[in-house]
Design a protein around this ligand. Structure first.
Ligand SMILES: Cc1cc2nc3c(=O)[nH]c(=O)nc-3n(C[C@H](O)[C@H](O)[C@H](O)COP(=O)(O)O)c2cc1C
Length: 131
């Protein structure tokens, strides 16, 4: 089983509707038994995908072709024994919102994850909070 974590930036002119992305993702991911977490701070995405190697590769290939975002950087791609993010979830905060609620949610969601992955998520949320 594979776990892939990446970060990306929205395209400047992209109209991002997180609810729409989430609905599509849930539909496709449920079918492919892909789970994970998507965090959106208004400018950047951070996503973890977990599932069988082939379906994670296929899903990520589709996501990479999506022109709503660009500059994807894979932070980690590793074999896992079992899922570290139990179920799909998404923490969302709109630009200008206080970020503490989203940060708390992310911390709760990643509490059981690998320490490296956990640090990445927490770092992401803290960077955005300081900005
Ligand atoms: C940041 C981001 C994350 C996404 N995550 C997923 C995902 O986890 N699973 C998925 O199927 N599509 C995801 N998508 C959407 C895909 O890029 C693509 O639009 C979709 O899979 C096409 O599905 P459809 O052919 O059923 O419309 C994501 C898109 C973005 C911008």
């Amino acid at each position: 089983m594979r776990q892939l974590v990446y970060i990306s930036s929205i395209r400047r002119q992209a109209a991002i509707d997180p609810a729409n992305i989430l609905a599509t993702s849930r539909r496709n991911n449920a079918r492919a038994r892909v789970t994970g977490l998507l965090f959106f701070d208004g400018k950047r995405f951070l996503q973890a995908l977990e599932g069988d190697d082939a379906v994670v590769d296929e899903t990520f290939a589709r996501i990479q072709r999506d022109d709503r975002h660009h500059a994807l950087v894979v932070l980690s791609s590793r074999e896992i024994e079992r899922r570290e993010f139990g179920e799909w979830a998404m923490a969302f905060n709109a630009p200008g919102d206080a970020n503490s609620e989203a940060l708390e949610q992310v911390e709760k969601l990643v509490a059981d994850a690998d320490p490296t992955v956990r640090a990445t998520f927490e770092g992401f949320a803290k960077v955005r909070r300081a900005a």
